[in-house]
Design a protein around this ligand. Structure first.
Ligand code: HEC
Ligand code: HEC
Length: 325
């Protein structure tokens, strides 16, 4: 009997000590973490959106923790404890069926896109397996004043009336757009070589290798990573939401100034091919290098039947230099 009490009592004590050492103390320590530089608390609307996020099980498929792994680089910088100070309990998640959302407010800042995607993910990502959240929207005969209907291509739009977001959808999108990783001063991400960044071998005879020409593989890959969510892989855009790049005047122009300017600085409220699109195009000047932009531009200039003069990284650099003053 005595031995039994000793074993039961002893093991309970060991477990209790382990729980304090491995769970409680680190928890107390972590709760003292100060917010990271630039990390802001949620607005009341975004906080409501966070509740909608939780209630709809977005965490069943999405994480909010970027790991320090090469395959997570597309999602942002590795998550730091100071990022999550205003978001407790943290929605770290563990299932990565969809992309990590820690930095979605920077990666996909377009409200127009977010609404379309929530209403029906297939309207912007034809092969998406994400369920639709159309129950967070309402179909009405006419949008009330001050409310912008969701831009939907005809195949996804209701037969009659227009789709408007409910308060829940408005709050959820405010929350998604608030998910932005502020840069950590002094943090330089380790370089990940692009598959195409093979060191150029000098031409036979020791002559210096020619300037790297258009890299079609990299152009196609970068276009699909950065542009296809809106302009679509086939370059045809989405009627009423994102303009086609197939046959686009700026893309076909021998003078690439406008095309380069749009990629670097973004664009909004501009008539493109007869339509003023409801959303904005985000700027890419801090995301893409000169040679990456040149490859994307040349991809656009040589795809979908487009056949326009190619541009060089030097031309991108010239256009970029014009911005900084
Ligand atoms: C059953 C799994 C699943 C659930 C639940 C889910 N998603 Fe997704 N989500 C995905 C997948 C897969 C993708 C990638 C394909 C796409 O973009 O549609 C995705 C993409 C996204 C994207 C675009 C990410 C990017 O990097 O472009 C956002 C934003 C998003 N989801 C938000 C949400 C929100 C908000 C909820 C909850 C209301 C939610 N998701 C629920 C699977 C899911
Ligand atoms: C979030 C959606 C979105 C993404 C991502 C996006 N664009 Fe756009 N793009 C737009 C919208 C919207 C417009 C039209 C803006 C307007 O009418 O004011 C546009 C316009 C353009 C135009 C036409 C400019 C003109 O003056 O005719 C080009 C070219 C273009 N985008 C290229 C790109 C490239 C290249 C990428 C990727 C590096 C890209 N876009 C990523 C939404 C997007």
């Amino acid at each position: 009997m005595k031995a039994l009490i000793l074993i039961a009592g002893g093991s309970t004590l060991v477990y209790a000590i382990l729980a304090v050492l491995m769970g409680v103390l680190p928890g107390i320590e972590l709760s003292k973490t100060p917010p990271g530089p630039g990390v802001e608390s949620l607005t009341p609307l975004a906080a409501k959106g966070r509740a909608v996020y939780v209630a709809n099980g977005c965490s069943y498929c999405h994480t909010q923790q970027v790991r320090p792994l090469p395959e997570d680089r597309v999602f942002g910088r590795p998550t730091a404890a100071g990022d999550l100070v205003y978001q407790t309990p943290e929605l770290l998640g563990s299932e990565r069926n969809g992309p990590d959302l820690s930095n979605i407010g920077n990666r996909q800042p377009s409200k127009v896109w977010q609404y379309m995607h929530l209403y029906d993910p297939r309207s912007v990502q034809p092969l998406s397996i994400m369920p639709d959240f159309s129950f967070l929207f309402r179909v009405v005969a006419e949008a009330p004043p001050g409310v912008t209907p969701v831009a939907l291509p005809p195949a996804y739009a209701p037969k009659h009336g227009v789709v408007i977001p409910t308060q829940k959808a408005v709050a959820l999108v405010a929350y998604l757009l608030s998910l932005k990783q502020p840069p950590i001063p002094g943090y330089v991400p380790p370089a990940v070589p692009m598959p195409s960044a093979v060191p150029s071998t000098p031409a036979a005879g020791g002559a210096p290798a020619a300037a790297p020409a258009f890299d079609a593989t990299e152009g196609a890959q970068l276009f699909s990573q950065n542009c296809a969510v809106c302009h679509q892989a086939n370059g045809e855009g989405i009627t009423g939401a994102f303009p086609p790049l197939k046959g686009n005047a700026a893309v076909l122009n021998d003078d690439p100034t406008q095309q380069l300017h749009v990629i670097l600085e973004g664009l909004s409220n501009t008539n493109v091919g007869g339509t003023v699109y409801p959303g904005a195009m985000p700027p890419f000047k801090t995301v893409l290098s000169d040679s990456q932009i040149a490859n994307i531009v040349d991809h656009e200039r040589t795809s979908w039947g487009n056949n326009a003069k190619l541009v060089t990284p030097a031309e991108v650099a010239t256009e970029r230099a014009k911005l900084k003053h």
